[in-house]
Design a protein around this ligand. Structure first.
Ligand SMILES: Cc1ncc(COP(=O)(O)O)c(C=O)c1O
Length: 370
């Protein structure tokens, strides 16, 4: 057999080759194996998942419908879109479903980004915005935050250039947990040119601990605004991958062209349809997060650690060398996220868990910092 001397990877589009892969953090099984810890003793507070697990309404629906999996799902998730439409008082045609809300971001990339465009986002904001921008060979303009690590929405608007096609507003922002105020969002949206797509990523809206800005009105009033939401956080369906975008009909129609025919699986559609009515689960989650926030803040004060006051289910704690502390916690079976990738090396990001998990985290952190 003749050996090939061609390295196939040399044929990869250069802009793709240069992308740094997303770091999803270590899964429980990997930590258990690597550090020789029983998986049941490991606490994962790293991916802003639901502390309470899956919405019980969704669990019931998943169990009751397992035997339907031999069928392809309904392509556009019609039933679920009708439910979401009713909830937000929009038309089903104003909604597009994604394999997680991340997939909505790729539809936006397909439609709005290329090597002659740029996107604007905040420098310490959800890493996927920059990744998607680079995936489509567009240029990412990263804007500094305020000193309190809140999105500097006015600076972001000022950063828009003539080739900018998309601006990403993450609210509440991951990883800082901070929220922009209604009046700031309002005046920013008024200033953004109408030929720039405004993506308001509200992944944490349902579990937000403060009143969210009235963003839905922009979907009704503006031609260039899309709101992204997810079932991953508030409903505990991160593993099923289910998210959606809401915007004007013509925009959604265009995004639909970038969608694979059966992108949202059948069980995710069924689980989402049940979960969206599970207000009790969401209310209970919020109570847990509110208590967790109070507890964590109090204990951080005790330990003389600075933190960023959060408006959602995770918080940034300033520990000095974030990567080192995260690694030490990992060895003790506690998975949190170091913030090197977000250029906040002094911090760790901790997702709120149930009280026992939070207590164990704080106890271990206290021991480590001694
Ligand atoms: C701000 C933000 N947007 C989107 C996502 C991804 O959501 P999904 O699981 O629906 O893809 C996350 C997940 O961490 C997030 O923090």
């Amino acid at each position: 057999m003749k050996l090939s001397i061609v390295n196939i990877t040399e044929k990869i589009n250069t802009h793709i080759d240069q992308i740094s892969p997303y770091d999803p953090g270590k899964p429980i099984e990997a930590v258990a194996e690597y550090y020789g810890i029983d998986a049941n003793d490991i606490i994962k507070l790293a991916s802003n998942e639901s502390a309470l697990g899956v919405s019980p309404a969704a669990v019931k629906a998943i169990r009751n419908n397992a035997e339907l999996c031999f069928r392809y799902p309904e392509g556009s998730a019609h039933k679920l879109r009708i439910k979401i439409a009713k909830k937000f008082d929009v038309l089903p045609d104003q909604i597009i479903m994604g394999n997680g809300s991340n997939e909505i971001l790729t539809f936006i990339g397909h439609c709005f980004m290329n090597s002659e465009t740029s996107t604007v986002s905040s420098e310490h904001s959800f890493a996927v915005y920059k990744m998607i921008t680079e995936l489509y060979d567009a240029r990412s303009i990263q804007v500094p935050m305020t000193k309190d690590l809140v999105l500097d929405i006015y600076k972001m608007v000022d950063a828009i250039e003539s080739d900018t096609s998309v601006i990403f507003i993450c609210n509440p922002n991951n990883p800082t947990g901070t929220m922009i105020k209604n009046k700031d969002l309002e005046s920013a949206i008024e200033k953004i040119p109408e030929d720039v797509l405004v993506v308001i990523d509200e992944a944490y809206a349902e579990i937000a601990l403060e009143t969210m800005p009235e963003s839905m009105r922009y979907v009704a009033e503006k031609t260039n605004v899309i709101i992204c939401r997810t079932f991953s956080k508030a409903y505990g369906l991160a593993g099923l991958r289910l998210g959606y975008g809401m915007g004007p009909v013509n925009l959604i129609q265009a995004l639909q062209k970038a969608r694979q025919p059966f992108n949202v699986n059948l069980i995710a559609q069924i689980a989402g349809t049940a979960a969206i009515d599970d207000d009790e689960f969401v209310d209970q989650s919020k109570r847990v997060y509110r208590d967790a926030k109070l507890y964590m803040e109090e204990l951080c004060n005790d330990l003389n650690l600075n933190y960023i006051p959060t408006t959602t289910n995770f918080m940034l704690i300033k520990v000095g060398n974030g990567a080192e502390v995260a690694e030490q916690l990992l060895k003790k079976g506690i998975i949190v996220r170091s913030m090197n990738g977000y250029d906040l090396p002094e911090y760790i990001r901790v997702t709120f868990g149930m009280p026992k998990e939070n207590q164990k985290f704080i106890k271990t952190l206290r021991e480590l910092l001694k």
